[in-house]
Write a protein that binds this ligand. Structure first.
Ligand code: PMP
Length: 421
């Protein structure tokens, strides 16, 4: 069946025809048949260079041969045990070795579970209730963080079904704004348990922190007994071996991971200093549990992925990212367009706005109608990026010079189409 028909069929059985909202774009999403390296192939016979990469996990590209080999061996030995395994210790040691704040790790199944548990732990540690998140940051689909998370209404839950009683404990502040945090803490600091932040905002496009901003947050949280949580579900193992905390030289109290850590299989993790992590059940009283926590298939895939993510990998990803971003900037310059090229390392996006993008409000000034024209033209010409102005695009190790060259040609055409529209 072709994608259009599959989507019509899917809508009868799956809400909106998909299992996660951003996947449903107009007029219908392509349905995947298979994927390998930098390419994804659809059921209609088309091939795309993939910069969505399953929204981030696939830094080694699709179907990494080593991961396939190791996971195949693991599958034959069982897919879930409900008892501990040595590999969980090995993966935890890898996380501890790489990530500055990590002394102990709890493996869960998704980024959502990781942030949910990290926030519970922070609240228990600080014995306070309120949390602070940044406008436009996304920390998963659970109640207390679904406030202004990418595209929601101001100060209210982004979804019906979330009691305002829950979100009244979630305070929103603009990203990259020292004054806003300073004033908030002066007023409310004694009630604030934690600040949770994506060190590089990756769910409103891609917004890096201003120079010194993360360090400022580290200092002001430490002075006010507020737990600092870095949500590194995107940046973790992506922008440096030790993630954003290594890249920016700032160590939070707790960190959350997902995506890359599972080598393409479902995973999440929270990690931090021993004094925090020891509070988690069964060594402590902060409840956290899961049938599939530490799943042997995901753990094996994660171990095999991390083995391939050494310092050479990060230098190469930086080069690829710089090359692509410089190429896009050249195209925009040659067309006299003042749109903004954003990103670092293997993360990138074009904002269709002439405003410098430092926070959510700036990002929202981007013209989504123009993005739609750009997205459709890329797709038509065989380049797949996430179907939203407010997602981030990713490169993998498998994107070679030919892919990047071809992508820049396709982008040039798309940008000319935008200009003439
Ligand atoms: N935090 C961040 C920063 C994310 O980008 C995401 C997912 N895009 C999540 C948390 C939630 O992760 P998951 O989809 O695995 O639940």
């Amino acid at each position: 069946m072709i994608s259009e028909n599959l989507f019509n069929e899917a809508k009868k059985f799956l809400p909106g025809g998909v299992d996660s909202p951003v996947r449903a774009y107009k007029p219908y999403p392509f349905f995947a048949e298979r994927a390998e390296g930098s390419k994804i192939y659809d059921v209609d016979g088309k091939t795309y260079i993939d910069y969505c990469l399953a929204y981030g996990p696939l830094v080694l590209g699709h179907a990494n041969p080593l991961i396939i080999e190791e996971v195949t061996k693991q599958l034959k030995n069982g897919t879930a045990y409900g008892v501990p395994t040595e590999n969980e210790i090995k993966l935890a040691k890898q996380v501890v070795k790489r990530v500055p704040c990590a002394e102990m790790v709890r493996f869960v199944n998704s980024g959502t579970e990781a942030t949910m548990s990290a926030i519970r732990l922070a609240r228990a540690f600080a014995a306070k209730n309120k949390i602070v998140k940044f406008e436009g940051s996304y920390h998963g689909a659970h109640d207390c963080v679904l406030v202004k998370s990418g595209s929601g209404a101001v100060g209210l839950p982004d979804s019906p079904g979330i009691p305002e009683d829950t979100t009244k404990n979630t305070i929103l502040v603009p990203f990259n704004d020292e004054k806003a945090i300073t004033e908030l803490i002066k007023k409310e600091g004694k009630n604030i348990a934690a600040i949770i932040i994506e060190p590089v905002m990756g769910n409103v496009g891609c917004i890096p922190p201003k120079e010194g901003y993360l360090k400022f947050l580290r200092e002001i949280t430490a002075e006010n007994d507020i737990v600092l949580i870095f949500d590194e579900v995107i940046t973790g193992f992506r922008i440096a071996e030790g993630g954003a905390q290594e890249y920016f030289g700032v160590t939070p109290d707790l960190v959350t991971f997902g995506k890359i850590l599972g080598g393409g299989f479902p995973i999440g993790a929270l990690a931090g200093k021993k004094e925090f992590m020891d509070m988690i059940a069964p060594s402590g009283t902060v409840y956290q549990a899961g049938t599939f926590n530490g799943n042997p298939v995901s753990i094996k895939a994660g171990l095999t992925a991390l083995k391939q993510l050494d310092s050479n990998f990060y230098s190469e990803m930086n080069l690829k990212g710089n090359k692509l971003r410089a190429g896009i900037q050249e195209i925009l310059d040659s067309q006299n367009l003042d749109f903004k090229v954003a990103g670092l390392s293997s993360m990138f996006q074009i904002y269709f706005t002439d405003r410098d993008v430092l926070n959510y409000e700036d990002a929202k000034s981007a013209e989504t109608d123009i993005f739609q024209i750009y997205f459709n033209k890329l797709l038509q010409d065989g380049v797949f990026i996430p179907p939203s102005q407010f997602e981030c695009c990713f490169l993998s190790l498998m994107h070679d010079d030919d892919d990047i060259q071809k992508t820049l040609e396709v982008m040039e055409n798309a940008i000319k189409t935008v200009k003439n529209s």
